[in-house]
Design a protein around this ligand. Sequence first.
Ligand SMILES: [Zn+2]
Ligand SMILES: [Zn+2]
Length: 255
Amino acid sequence: MATDYGTNAEICQPGGRVKVYKWGGQLLDSLFPPACRLCGARTGAGPALCTGCRHDLPRLIHGCRQCARPLSGEAPRRCGRCQRQPPPFDHATALFHYQPPLDFLLKRLKFARDPGMGPLLAGLLAQELRGRTAPLPGLLVPMPLHPTRLRERGYNQAVEIARPLGRALGIPLNHGLCRRTRRTEAQSLLGTTARRLNVRNAFAVTGAAPMAHVAIVDDVMTTGCTASELARVLKRAGAGNVEVWVIARAVRHGK
Ligand SMILES: [Zn+2]
Ligand SMILES: [Zn+2]
């Protein structure tokens, strides 16, 4: 089945595999001492960020409760757009603004296949989510890539975040539940209306959603059109509560 519990099995299994993994890690650490991924300073535990660079990351403090759009000053619970026309997802968590120096880390994740970046970013998001009082979802759904794009890139950056995130929070992930039924244009090249049309009917859920409360995991959310479309099909398949969890929230200029 497509349900994926990350590498829990490797961690929990007594015996050789864990040992080999640990030895491999120690060997790598001695050859390449852990360094901050932004400034190169020794961190003592890696791959990680030094304290200074961690403080420099552009935290999103005031965001709309529903779509995480950055709001200025005293934040109302929901932005004007969500009050006028709520998106199909119920709640969004975005840890950072999509701004330097965080954008560098996300580009490393998305285009450089940097193996340490998924765990690093997932760790920061897990820290935030552990502190919340609302119940956590029962299933994580990484934003699917079209199979052609997956073959081209070789990996799905949303899975690279969702896998360590699920492991940290004890939530299974399922990257076979939803699939892209057609290849879409890159959303970054399109305006808001075109983005909405571009992803319309782009997803299919195979079977009924196995959980009432699920979280879509992705690297960045900009207009929320893609997340909205996936949330819509998840709800149609039976999910009652759909959240969106992203590392960063971007805002289109002039919007
Ligand atoms: Zn640093
Ligand atoms: Zn909103």
